[in-house]
Design a protein around this ligand. Structure first.
Ligand code: TYD
Ligand code: MG
Length: 455
């Protein structure tokens, strides 16, 4: 085995170097290198001898290839994101800013599972047992038989877990507070986080317990500590929310056992997180449909249709270079829509500041939002409000042509459910239900429609 000589580890991104560096070459962070002794675990295993690997057929014997039953948490929005419940033996990393509600969500999940006769262990490295109890009592969950421990040593935790029946779910809050004897680095360093995660993952794989690791995120939204932890786990879920809003989005970033485009929507209330099963109503609440520059986009988040309002503000600029600012959407996508509107829609936007906002703090990543964004921009520029009770969806090509998008039927059904009466889309879908769908094949015809309505 090659001798490991990299002794300095960047505490921001996990890059290693043989020499100390003032600035990390891979993440450009200053003063992030700390000397760490490399883990001795791998070398020890190499000495113990090889030849213990066993191979298995892809298809198991009768009954063996049946999928292990998932552990359904009973919190529908959480189960939706995990792909139908926790997979036994899997490890999930859940990241989010401090105070967003990670501990609250997990203690609620633990309580519902424990009430269904699962053994559930919640290990806090940040709060004392009394504090966790206090939170649980505030949430009205004190009767649930969840086992609590305030512990940061991975070896002690594993010893605790091995006593008694194998737990169905183990929550480690948070992975950054854990340390293991196997590596000789200070607690909180990248090497410790990685070593602790490795030990806990090995525990999950060998016993079949599902382990959830809570991870802090840095100011730019990355899960702090090495990216390698993200590669080691089976699923990475992020818990997001906007400062001023009460609702929170749970989003799978990676999932070996399920889809990654599902979102779970929660609302933070005085008594914990409550599920929001109809997010469209929440995102559209308080909308002023008579104001120019607002278009309702009928989007899809995973398998669920979600309606959001896209707001645009187009105003003459007083700067040499006009400002372009986007919240909740891709800025290069906005540049493209602006370029197409100028080239094929006959609009002049070069002397205008442009702001685009997805209301409610949702992040839209679908190309299907092009048409709604374009409609909002045109409406704001011309000052003509868009027709009331109308939703928009469709992808825009560079030629100005509009292309149909998937799940048109579902988008329209959701819009009808929320009281919308018409839709503008690239083509009339087969089932349009009670909605009148106006087919709009080119961006120029949409611009003409909006201008005609405003005149
Ligand atoms: P917490 O779960 O501790 O966040 P994290 O573990 O992600 O750091 O959530 C703390 C925040 O949630 C805190 O600002 C208070 C708020 N909160 C409520 O609004 N209602 C509640 O019932 C609870 C328990 C917390
Ligand atoms: Mg917490």
């Amino acid at each position: 085995m090659a001798k490991s000589t990299s002794n300095f580890v960047c505490q921001n991104c996990g890059a290693t170097s043989q020499r100390w560096q003032g600035r990390c070459e891979s993440c450009q962070e200053w003063n992030s290198f700390i000397e760490e002794t490399p883990s001795s675990g791998i070398a020890a295993r190499a000495v113990r001898g090889a030849g213990k690997g066993r191979v298995f057929a892809l298809e198991g014997l009768d009954g063996e290839n049946r999928e292990a039953p998932r552990i359904v948490s009973g919190i529908a929005e959480l189960d939706r994101v995990t792909g139908g419940g926790f997979v036994p033996g899997s490890v999930i990393l859940i990241g989010g800013e401090p105070g967003i509600g990670k501990s609250t969500l997990l203690i609620q999940a633990c309580a519902t599972l424990a009430k269904r006769k699962h053994r559930v262990v919640y290990i806090s490295g940040e709060e004392a047992v009394a504090q966790v109890r206090l939170r649980a009592s505030r949430l009205g969950l004190t009767s649930a038989p969840v086992e609590l421990a305030a512990e940061t040593s991975v070896e002690d935790i594993l010893a605790t877990l091995r006593q008694g029946k194998c737990p169905s779910l183990v929550v480690i809050d948070s992975i950054q507070t854990m340390w293991t004897d196997a590596v000789e680095a200070a607690p909180g360093t990248v090497t410790q986080v990685r070593g602790s995660a490795q030990a806990l993952i090995r525990y999950a794989k060998t016993t079949g317990a599902c382990v959830i690791l809570v991870g802090h995120v840095t100011k730019d939204g990355q899960i702090a500590g090495p990216r390698v932890v993200e590669h080691m786990v089976d699923a990475v879920v992020s818990f997001e929310g906007e400062g001023g809003h009460h609702f929170r989005l749970l989003r799978a970033v990676k999932n070996r056992f399920g889809p990654t485009d599902e979102i779970g929507v929660f609302e933070m209330t005085g008594s914990g997180l409550s599920e929001v099963s109809n997010p469209s109503a929440l995102f559209l609440a308080g909308r002023d449909s008579s104001a120019p520059g607002a278009a309702v986009f009928a989007g899809m988040e995973g398998t669920r249709p979600v309606l959001v309002e896209i707001q645009a503000l187009v105003a003459p600029t007083s700067l040499g270079t006009p400002r372009r600012a986007v919240v909740g959407w891709d800025s290069s996508r906005l540049s493209m829509v602006i370029a197409v509107l100028e080239a094929h829609g006959g609009l002049r936007l070069g002397q205008h500041d442009i702001y685009l906002n997805v209301a409610g703090g949702l992040r839209v990543s679908e190309p299907a939002a092009d048409l709604a964004a374009a409609a909002a921009l045109v409406s704001s520029l011309t000052g003509a409000p868009l027709p009331a009770n109308t939703v928009y969806f469709g992808e825009m090509g560079l030629s100005g042509s509009l292309r149909p998008v998937a799940h048109a039927g579902q988008r329209i059904k959701e819009a009808a459910k929320l009281g919308f009466r018409s839709a503008v889309a690239p083509e009339v879908p087969r089932e349009s239900g009670p909605l009148t769908v106006r087919a709009c094949g080119h961006i120029a015809s949409m611009v003409a429609d909006i201008a005609a309505a405003g005149a």
